[in-house]
Design a protein around this ligand. Sequence first.
Ligand code: FAD
Length: 399
Amino acid sequence: MDAMHVSTGSALQSDGRMFSVTVTAMGAGQQRRGERTLQVPFQRLQALMQTIALQGGRITAVTPAPVAPSGPAAATESAPSPPGKAAAKPKASPSKPAAVSPSHADVPVNLYKPKDPFVGTVTENYSLLAEGAIGRVNHITFDLSGGDPLLHYVEGQSIGIIPDGEDANGKPHKLRLYSIASTRHGDDLAGNTVSLCVRQLQYEKDGETINGVCSTFLCDIAPGAKVKITGPVGKEMLLPDDEDANVIMLATGTGIAPMRTYLRRMFEPAERQKNGWQFKGKAWLFMGAPTTANLLYDDDFERYQAEFPDNFRYTKAISREQQNAKGGRMYIQDRVSENADEIFTWIENPKTHVYMCGLRGMEPGIDEAMTAAAAAKGLDWSELRPQLKKAERWHVETY
Ligand SMILES: Cc1cc2nc3c(=O)[nH]c(=O)nc-3n(C[C@H](O)[C@H](O)[C@H](O)COP(=O)(O)OP(=O)(O)OC[C@H]3O[C@@H](n4cnc5c(N)ncnc54)[C@H](O)[C@@H]3O)c2cc1C
Protein backbone atom coordinates (compact mmCIF):
# COMPACT_ATOMS: atom_id res chain seq x y z
CA MET A 1 0.00 0.00 0.00
CA ASP A 2 2.89 2.35 -0.61
CA ALA A 3 2.08 5.79 -2.00
CA MET A 4 -1.45 5.25 -0.77
CA HIS A 5 -3.37 8.37 0.07
CA VAL A 6 -5.38 7.83 3.24
CA SER A 7 -7.51 10.55 4.69
CA THR A 8 -10.18 9.66 7.22
CA GLY A 9 -10.30 12.72 9.40
CA SER A 10 -10.53 12.02 13.10
CA ALA A 11 -10.31 8.31 13.77
CA LEU A 12 -12.24 8.86 16.95
CA GLN A 13 -15.37 9.77 15.09
CA SER A 14 -17.57 6.76 14.56
CA ASP A 15 -20.60 8.36 12.98
CA GLY A 16 -22.31 7.38 9.76
CA ARG A 17 -19.72 8.95 7.48
CA MET A 18 -18.90 7.19 4.23
CA PHE A 19 -15.47 6.73 2.69
CA SER A 20 -14.38 6.10 -0.86
CA VAL A 21 -11.70 3.45 -1.25
CA THR A 22 -9.95 3.34 -4.61
CA VAL A 23 -8.55 -0.07 -5.40
CA THR A 24 -6.78 -1.68 -8.35
CA ALA A 25 -6.12 -5.26 -9.48
CA MET A 26 -9.00 -6.96 -7.72
CA GLY A 27 -11.59 -9.08 -9.44
CA ALA A 28 -13.44 -12.34 -9.47
CA GLY A 29 -11.46 -15.51 -10.15
CA GLN A 30 -8.27 -14.86 -12.01
CA GLN A 31 -9.70 -11.78 -13.64
CA ARG A 32 -7.70 -8.64 -13.01
CA ARG A 33 -9.66 -5.45 -13.10
CA GLY A 34 -8.68 -1.85 -13.45
CA GLU A 35 -9.26 0.83 -10.90
CA ARG A 36 -12.56 0.97 -9.10
CA THR A 37 -14.02 2.80 -6.15
CA LEU A 38 -15.86 1.27 -3.24
CA GLN A 39 -17.84 3.17 -0.67
CA VAL A 40 -18.07 1.98 2.92
CA PRO A 41 -19.24 3.39 6.21
CA PHE A 42 -16.55 4.34 8.67
CA GLN A 43 -17.22 1.26 10.83
CA ARG A 44 -16.32 -1.11 7.99
CA LEU A 45 -13.36 0.80 6.64
CA GLN A 46 -10.61 -1.06 8.43
CA ALA A 47 -12.11 -4.49 7.75
CA LEU A 48 -12.50 -3.59 4.07
CA MET A 49 -8.89 -2.51 3.79
CA GLN A 50 -7.77 -5.82 5.33
CA THR A 51 -9.97 -7.76 2.96
CA ILE A 52 -8.66 -5.94 -0.07
CA ALA A 53 -5.09 -6.55 0.99
CA LEU A 54 -5.77 -10.24 1.59
CA GLN A 55 -7.40 -10.56 -1.80
CA GLY A 56 -4.42 -9.05 -3.51
CA GLY A 57 -5.96 -5.68 -4.27
CA ARG A 58 -3.95 -2.49 -4.05
CA ILE A 59 -5.51 0.51 -2.35
CA THR A 60 -4.46 3.75 -3.97
CA ALA A 61 -6.62 6.22 -2.06
CA VAL A 62 -9.02 6.47 0.84
CA THR A 63 -11.00 9.71 1.02
CA PRO A 64 -14.17 10.86 2.77
CA ALA A 65 -17.13 10.42 0.43
CA PRO A 66 -18.74 13.80 -0.24
CA VAL A 67 -22.25 12.59 0.51
CA ALA A 68 -23.58 9.38 1.92
CA PRO A 69 -25.11 7.38 -0.89
CA SER A 70 -28.78 6.72 -0.53
CA GLY A 71 -31.08 4.46 -2.45
CA PRO A 72 -30.39 2.37 -5.50
CA ALA A 73 -29.11 5.31 -7.50
CA ALA A 74 -25.85 5.36 -5.57
CA ALA A 75 -23.31 4.65 -8.31
CA THR A 76 -20.88 2.70 -6.23
CA GLU A 77 -19.94 -0.94 -5.91
CA SER A 78 -20.67 -2.64 -2.64
CA ALA A 79 -17.63 -3.45 -0.59
CA PRO A 80 -16.74 -7.08 0.08
CA SER A 81 -17.09 -8.35 3.62
CA PRO A 82 -13.94 -9.29 5.46
CA PRO A 83 -13.07 -12.98 5.26
CA GLY A 84 -14.54 -14.88 8.15
CA LYS A 85 -17.58 -12.62 8.55
CA ALA A 86 -20.80 -14.45 7.95
CA ALA A 87 -22.46 -11.81 5.81
CA ALA A 88 -21.86 -11.79 2.05
CA LYS A 89 -18.72 -13.80 1.54
CA PRO A 90 -16.25 -12.16 -0.80
CA LYS A 91 -16.75 -13.47 -4.31
CA ALA A 92 -13.31 -12.55 -5.49
CA SER A 93 -10.56 -15.10 -5.11
CA PRO A 94 -7.32 -13.68 -3.83
CA SER A 95 -5.25 -12.72 -6.83
CA LYS A 96 -1.72 -13.99 -7.37
CA PRO A 97 0.33 -10.85 -7.05
CA ALA A 98 3.69 -12.47 -6.48
CA ALA A 99 3.99 -15.36 -8.91
CA VAL A 100 6.31 -18.13 -7.86
CA SER A 101 9.59 -18.44 -9.64
CA PRO A 102 10.32 -19.65 -12.21
CA SER A 103 6.92 -20.14 -13.78
CA HIS A 104 5.49 -23.52 -12.77
CA ALA A 105 5.77 -24.89 -16.27
CA ASP A 106 9.53 -24.31 -16.31
CA VAL A 107 10.27 -26.07 -13.03
CA PRO A 108 12.06 -29.37 -13.70
CA VAL A 109 10.09 -32.41 -12.57
CA ASN A 110 10.97 -36.12 -12.61
CA LEU A 111 14.04 -35.87 -14.78
CA TYR A 112 14.95 -39.20 -13.20
CA LYS A 113 12.31 -41.79 -12.31
CA PRO A 114 12.57 -44.76 -9.92
CA LYS A 115 12.98 -47.26 -12.78
CA ASP A 116 15.97 -45.40 -14.14
CA PRO A 117 17.45 -43.26 -11.37
CA PHE A 118 20.51 -41.09 -11.59
CA VAL A 119 23.46 -42.52 -9.70
CA GLY A 120 25.17 -39.73 -7.79
CA THR A 121 28.35 -39.81 -5.73
CA VAL A 122 28.52 -38.67 -2.13
CA THR A 123 31.02 -35.85 -1.74
CA GLU A 124 30.51 -35.07 1.93
CA ASN A 125 28.47 -36.15 4.92
CA TYR A 126 28.80 -34.35 8.23
CA SER A 127 26.82 -33.81 11.41
CA LEU A 128 24.90 -30.56 11.75
CA LEU A 129 24.48 -30.96 15.49
CA ALA A 130 26.53 -29.54 18.33
CA GLU A 131 27.74 -31.38 21.42
CA GLY A 132 24.84 -32.55 23.60
CA ALA A 133 22.20 -32.53 20.86
CA ILE A 134 19.41 -35.09 20.70
CA GLY A 135 19.51 -37.56 17.82
CA ARG A 136 21.43 -37.39 14.60
CA VAL A 137 21.07 -34.92 11.71
CA ASN A 138 23.53 -34.79 8.83
CA HIS A 139 24.23 -32.57 5.85
CA ILE A 140 24.92 -34.78 2.85
CA THR A 141 26.05 -33.66 -0.60
CA PHE A 142 25.91 -35.59 -3.88
CA ASP A 143 27.82 -34.92 -7.07
CA LEU A 144 25.39 -34.85 -9.99
CA SER A 145 27.90 -34.29 -12.77
CA GLY A 146 27.71 -36.55 -15.80
CA GLY A 147 23.94 -36.69 -15.76
CA ASP A 148 22.28 -36.55 -19.16
CA PRO A 149 20.20 -34.56 -18.60
CA LEU A 150 21.80 -32.90 -15.60
CA LEU A 151 19.55 -33.41 -12.57
CA HIS A 152 18.86 -29.75 -12.04
CA TYR A 153 16.34 -28.28 -9.63
CA VAL A 154 15.14 -25.08 -8.02
CA GLU A 155 14.79 -23.95 -4.42
CA GLY A 156 11.87 -25.60 -2.61
CA GLN A 157 11.94 -28.92 -4.48
CA SER A 158 12.73 -32.41 -3.21
CA ILE A 159 14.59 -35.43 -4.53
CA GLY A 160 14.00 -39.14 -4.02
CA ILE A 161 16.62 -41.48 -2.62
CA ILE A 162 16.46 -45.23 -3.18
CA PRO A 163 18.47 -46.86 -0.41
CA ASP A 164 20.63 -49.86 -1.20
CA GLY A 165 19.37 -53.26 -0.15
CA GLU A 166 16.02 -55.00 -0.03
CA ASP A 167 12.93 -54.85 2.12
CA ALA A 168 11.50 -57.68 4.25
CA ASN A 169 9.91 -59.20 1.11
CA GLY A 170 13.18 -59.30 -0.78
CA LYS A 171 12.16 -56.42 -3.03
CA PRO A 172 14.28 -53.33 -3.67
CA HIS A 173 13.53 -50.55 -1.20
CA LYS A 174 11.12 -47.85 -2.27
CA LEU A 175 12.31 -44.29 -2.62
CA ARG A 176 12.05 -41.75 0.20
CA LEU A 177 11.68 -38.07 -0.47
CA TYR A 178 14.01 -35.44 1.00
CA SER A 179 13.73 -31.67 0.72
CA ILE A 180 16.68 -30.19 -1.09
CA ALA A 181 18.81 -28.06 1.25
CA SER A 182 21.05 -26.39 -1.35
CA THR A 183 20.20 -23.71 -3.88
CA ARG A 184 20.10 -24.61 -7.56
CA HIS A 185 23.77 -23.65 -7.68
CA GLY A 186 24.75 -26.15 -5.01
CA ASP A 187 26.74 -25.34 -1.88
CA ASP A 188 29.94 -24.84 -3.88
CA LEU A 189 28.07 -22.79 -6.54
CA ALA A 190 29.41 -25.03 -9.31
CA GLY A 191 25.89 -26.04 -10.33
CA ASN A 192 26.40 -29.80 -10.20
CA THR A 193 25.66 -30.88 -6.64
CA VAL A 194 22.63 -31.29 -4.41
CA SER A 195 22.61 -31.32 -0.61
CA LEU A 196 20.17 -32.77 1.91
CA CYS A 197 19.56 -32.34 5.60
CA VAL A 198 18.62 -35.76 6.99
CA ARG A 199 17.54 -36.80 10.45
CA GLN A 200 18.03 -40.44 11.31
CA LEU A 201 14.67 -41.94 12.22
CA GLN A 202 14.96 -43.95 15.42
CA TYR A 203 12.23 -45.28 17.65
CA GLU A 204 11.72 -47.94 20.28
CA LYS A 205 9.49 -50.94 19.60
CA ASP A 206 9.08 -53.88 21.99
CA GLY A 207 12.23 -52.81 23.83
CA GLU A 208 14.22 -52.71 20.62
CA THR A 209 15.66 -49.65 18.85
CA ILE A 210 14.44 -49.48 15.26
CA ASN A 211 16.48 -47.46 12.76
CA GLY A 212 14.74 -45.96 9.73
CA VAL A 213 15.96 -47.64 6.54
CA CYS A 214 16.78 -44.72 4.29
CA SER A 215 17.64 -42.10 6.88
CA THR A 216 20.13 -44.49 8.49
CA PHE A 217 21.53 -45.44 5.07
CA LEU A 218 22.10 -41.73 4.36
CA CYS A 219 23.47 -40.72 7.75
CA ASP A 220 25.97 -43.61 7.61
CA ILE A 221 27.05 -43.13 4.02
CA ALA A 222 30.70 -42.35 3.25
CA PRO A 223 32.08 -39.95 0.63
CA GLY A 224 32.67 -41.78 -2.63
CA ALA A 225 29.58 -44.00 -2.24
CA LYS A 226 27.10 -44.21 -5.13
CA VAL A 227 23.45 -43.40 -4.46
CA LYS A 228 20.32 -43.75 -6.60
CA ILE A 229 18.57 -40.43 -6.92
CA THR A 230 15.20 -39.56 -8.51
CA GLY A 231 13.37 -36.34 -9.21
CA PRO A 232 13.38 -33.49 -8.67
CA VAL A 233 9.76 -33.17 -7.56
CA GLY A 234 7.50 -30.60 -5.96
CA LYS A 235 6.05 -27.24 -6.83
CA GLU A 236 4.43 -26.43 -3.50
CA MET A 237 7.37 -24.69 -1.90
CA LEU A 238 8.68 -22.53 -4.73
CA LEU A 239 9.82 -18.99 -3.93
CA PRO A 240 8.06 -16.01 -5.48
CA ASP A 241 9.83 -14.23 -8.34
CA ASP A 242 9.34 -10.84 -6.83
CA GLU A 243 12.46 -9.35 -5.23
CA ASP A 244 10.12 -7.30 -3.01
CA ALA A 245 8.20 -10.28 -1.70
CA ASN A 246 8.01 -10.95 2.03
CA VAL A 247 8.59 -14.47 3.25
CA ILE A 248 7.57 -15.93 6.60
CA MET A 249 9.14 -19.32 7.29
CA LEU A 250 7.94 -21.76 9.94
CA ALA A 251 10.35 -24.68 10.33
CA THR A 252 10.93 -27.46 12.79
CA GLY A 253 13.91 -29.82 12.62
CA THR A 254 14.85 -30.85 9.10
CA GLY A 255 11.98 -28.67 7.86
CA ILE A 256 14.71 -26.07 7.74
CA ALA A 257 16.03 -27.58 4.46
CA PRO A 258 13.91 -25.54 2.02
CA MET A 259 14.25 -22.46 4.22
CA ARG A 260 18.03 -22.76 4.01
CA THR A 261 17.78 -22.67 0.20
CA TYR A 262 15.63 -19.52 0.33
CA LEU A 263 17.89 -17.79 2.82
CA ARG A 264 21.06 -18.63 0.92
CA ARG A 265 19.41 -17.34 -2.25
CA MET A 266 18.41 -14.15 -0.44
CA PHE A 267 21.43 -13.39 1.73
CA GLU A 268 24.54 -15.46 0.99
CA PRO A 269 26.83 -12.95 -0.75
CA ALA A 270 28.35 -15.30 -3.34
CA GLU A 271 24.95 -16.83 -4.07
CA ARG A 272 23.38 -13.39 -4.53
CA GLN A 273 26.10 -12.48 -6.96
CA LYS A 274 25.59 -15.68 -8.88
CA ASN A 275 21.80 -15.69 -9.01
CA GLY A 276 21.31 -12.05 -9.91
CA TRP A 277 18.19 -12.04 -7.71
CA GLN A 278 18.61 -9.13 -5.33
CA PHE A 279 16.07 -9.83 -2.64
CA LYS A 280 14.77 -6.56 -1.21
CA GLY A 281 11.79 -7.80 0.77
CA LYS A 282 11.61 -9.00 4.32
CA ALA A 283 12.18 -12.56 5.51
CA TRP A 284 11.30 -13.91 8.93
CA LEU A 285 12.37 -17.37 10.03
CA PHE A 286 10.71 -19.12 12.97
CA MET A 287 12.80 -22.15 13.86
CA GLY A 288 11.79 -24.82 16.33
CA ALA A 289 14.31 -27.22 17.91
CA PRO A 290 14.47 -29.14 21.19
CA THR A 291 17.85 -27.75 22.32
CA THR A 292 20.30 -25.06 21.20
CA ALA A 293 22.64 -27.86 20.12
CA ASN A 294 19.90 -29.08 17.76
CA LEU A 295 19.60 -25.77 15.87
CA LEU A 296 20.55 -26.34 12.23
CA TYR A 297 22.64 -23.88 10.18
CA ASP A 298 22.29 -21.46 13.10
CA ASP A 299 25.60 -19.63 12.51
CA ASP A 300 24.63 -18.83 8.93
CA PHE A 301 21.24 -17.47 9.95
CA GLU A 302 22.79 -15.38 12.75
CA ARG A 303 25.22 -13.97 10.21
CA TYR A 304 22.44 -13.11 7.75
CA GLN A 305 20.56 -11.35 10.54
CA ALA A 306 23.66 -9.34 11.47
CA GLU A 307 24.40 -8.44 7.84
CA PHE A 308 20.83 -7.77 6.73
CA PRO A 309 19.07 -6.48 9.87
CA ASP A 310 16.42 -4.64 7.85
CA ASN A 311 15.57 -7.68 5.76
CA PHE A 312 15.95 -10.72 7.96
CA ARG A 313 14.58 -11.68 11.33
CA TYR A 314 15.37 -14.94 13.07
CA THR A 315 13.16 -16.14 15.93
CA LYS A 316 13.95 -19.39 17.71
CA ALA A 317 11.73 -21.63 19.80
CA ILE A 318 13.91 -23.98 21.83
CA SER A 319 11.43 -26.21 23.56
CA ARG A 320 13.57 -27.76 26.27
CA GLU A 321 15.38 -24.56 27.21
CA GLN A 322 12.87 -21.73 26.83
CA GLN A 323 9.50 -21.22 28.47
CA ASN A 324 6.35 -19.91 26.88
CA ALA A 325 4.09 -17.33 28.53
CA LYS A 326 2.26 -20.07 30.44
CA GLY A 327 5.48 -21.50 31.86
CA GLY A 328 5.41 -24.53 29.53
CA ARG A 329 7.86 -25.55 26.84
CA MET A 330 8.45 -23.01 24.10
CA TYR A 331 7.26 -24.43 20.78
CA ILE A 332 7.16 -22.71 17.42
CA GLN A 333 3.41 -22.05 17.76
CA ASP A 334 4.13 -20.11 20.97
CA ARG A 335 6.47 -17.85 19.01
CA VAL A 336 3.78 -17.47 16.36
CA SER A 337 1.28 -16.47 19.07
CA GLU A 338 3.71 -13.98 20.60
CA ASN A 339 4.18 -12.30 17.23
CA ALA A 340 0.67 -12.83 15.93
CA ASP A 341 -0.18 -9.20 15.40
CA GLU A 342 2.90 -8.53 13.33
CA ILE A 343 2.55 -11.78 11.40
CA PHE A 344 -0.97 -10.76 10.41
CA THR A 345 0.20 -7.31 9.43
CA TRP A 346 2.70 -9.01 7.12
CA ILE A 347 0.04 -11.35 5.75
CA GLU A 348 -2.23 -8.43 4.94
CA ASN A 349 0.41 -7.42 2.42
CA PRO A 350 -0.36 -9.38 -0.77
CA LYS A 351 3.36 -9.77 -1.38
CA THR A 352 3.75 -11.94 1.70
CA HIS A 353 4.13 -15.71 1.41
CA VAL A 354 4.16 -18.15 4.33
CA TYR A 355 6.09 -21.43 4.17
CA MET A 356 5.77 -24.26 6.68
CA CYS A 357 7.95 -27.35 6.71
CA GLY A 358 8.79 -30.06 9.20
CA LEU A 359 7.10 -32.93 10.95
CA ARG A 360 3.37 -33.17 10.31
CA GLY A 361 2.76 -32.82 14.05
CA MET A 362 3.59 -29.11 13.87
CA GLU A 363 0.48 -28.27 11.85
CA PRO A 364 -2.24 -28.35 14.56
CA GLY A 365 -0.22 -26.08 16.85
CA ILE A 366 0.39 -23.53 14.09
CA ASP A 367 -3.25 -23.72 13.08
CA GLU A 368 -4.34 -23.08 16.64
CA ALA A 369 -2.02 -20.09 16.97
CA MET A 370 -3.19 -18.65 13.65
CA THR A 371 -6.83 -19.21 14.59
CA ALA A 372 -6.41 -17.21 17.79
CA ALA A 373 -4.39 -14.52 16.04
CA ALA A 374 -6.97 -14.18 13.29
CA ALA A 375 -9.83 -14.05 15.78
CA ALA A 376 -8.13 -11.17 17.58
CA LYS A 377 -8.38 -9.28 14.28
CA GLY A 378 -12.00 -10.25 13.73
CA LEU A 379 -11.06 -12.81 11.05
CA ASP A 380 -11.80 -16.50 10.69
CA TRP A 381 -8.64 -18.48 10.00
CA SER A 382 -10.56 -21.49 8.66
CA GLU A 383 -11.81 -19.27 5.84
CA LEU A 384 -8.72 -17.16 5.45
CA ARG A 385 -6.23 -20.01 5.13
CA PRO A 386 -7.86 -21.55 2.03
CA GLN A 387 -7.93 -18.11 0.47
CA LEU A 388 -4.22 -17.68 1.06
CA LYS A 389 -3.63 -21.18 -0.26
CA LYS A 390 -5.62 -20.43 -3.39
CA ALA A 391 -3.61 -17.26 -3.90
CA GLU A 392 -0.45 -19.45 -3.68
CA ARG A 393 0.73 -17.57 -0.63
CA TRP A 394 0.40 -20.36 1.96
CA HIS A 395 2.87 -23.18 1.32
CA VAL A 396 3.00 -26.33 3.43
CA GLU A 397 5.21 -29.39 3.18
CA THR A 398 5.05 -31.58 6.23
CA TYR A 399 5.88 -35.27 6.58
C1 FAD B 1 8.16 -34.11 0.77
C2 FAD B 1 8.99 -34.76 1.84
C3 FAD B 1 10.18 -34.18 2.23
C4 FAD B 1 10.94 -34.75 3.22
N1 FAD B 1 12.11 -34.13 3.59
C5 FAD B 1 12.87 -34.66 4.55
C6 FAD B 1 14.09 -34.02 4.94
O1 FAD B 1 14.46 -32.97 4.41
N2 FAD B 1 14.83 -34.60 5.91
C7 FAD B 1 14.44 -35.76 6.53
O2 FAD B 1 15.18 -36.25 7.40
N3 FAD B 1 13.29 -36.38 6.17
C8 FAD B 1 12.52 -35.88 5.20
N4 FAD B 1 11.36 -36.52 4.83
C9 FAD B 1 11.04 -37.84 5.45
C10 FAD B 1 11.71 -38.97 4.67
O3 FAD B 1 11.11 -39.11 3.40
C11 FAD B 1 11.58 -40.33 5.35
O4 FAD B 1 10.21 -40.57 5.60
C12 FAD B 1 12.34 -40.45 6.65
O5 FAD B 1 13.73 -40.24 6.43
C13 FAD B 1 12.16 -41.85 7.26
O6 FAD B 1 12.51 -42.78 6.30
P1 FAD B 1 13.28 -44.11 6.70
O7 FAD B 1 13.47 -44.95 5.50
O8 FAD B 1 14.49 -43.79 7.52
O9 FAD B 1 12.26 -44.79 7.70
P2 FAD B 1 11.43 -46.15 7.41
O10 FAD B 1 12.31 -47.31 7.54
O11 FAD B 1 10.66 -45.99 6.15
O12 FAD B 1 10.48 -46.11 8.63
C14 FAD B 1 9.39 -45.24 8.66
C15 FAD B 1 8.24 -45.98 9.23
O13 FAD B 1 8.52 -46.36 10.56
C16 FAD B 1 7.35 -46.31 11.32
N5 FAD B 1 7.58 -45.41 12.45
C17 FAD B 1 8.15 -44.20 12.42
N6 FAD B 1 8.21 -43.66 13.65
C18 FAD B 1 7.66 -44.58 14.47
C19 FAD B 1 7.42 -44.63 15.86
N7 FAD B 1 7.78 -43.62 16.65
N8 FAD B 1 6.83 -45.74 16.37
C20 FAD B 1 6.47 -46.76 15.58
N9 FAD B 1 6.67 -46.77 14.25
C21 FAD B 1 7.25 -45.69 13.71
C22 FAD B 1 6.26 -45.82 10.43
O14 FAD B 1 5.55 -46.91 9.97
C23 FAD B 1 6.99 -45.16 9.31
O15 FAD B 1 6.28 -45.21 8.11
C24 FAD B 1 10.54 -35.95 3.84
C25 FAD B 1 9.34 -36.55 3.45
C26 FAD B 1 8.58 -35.96 2.47
C27 FAD B 1 7.29 -36.63 2.08
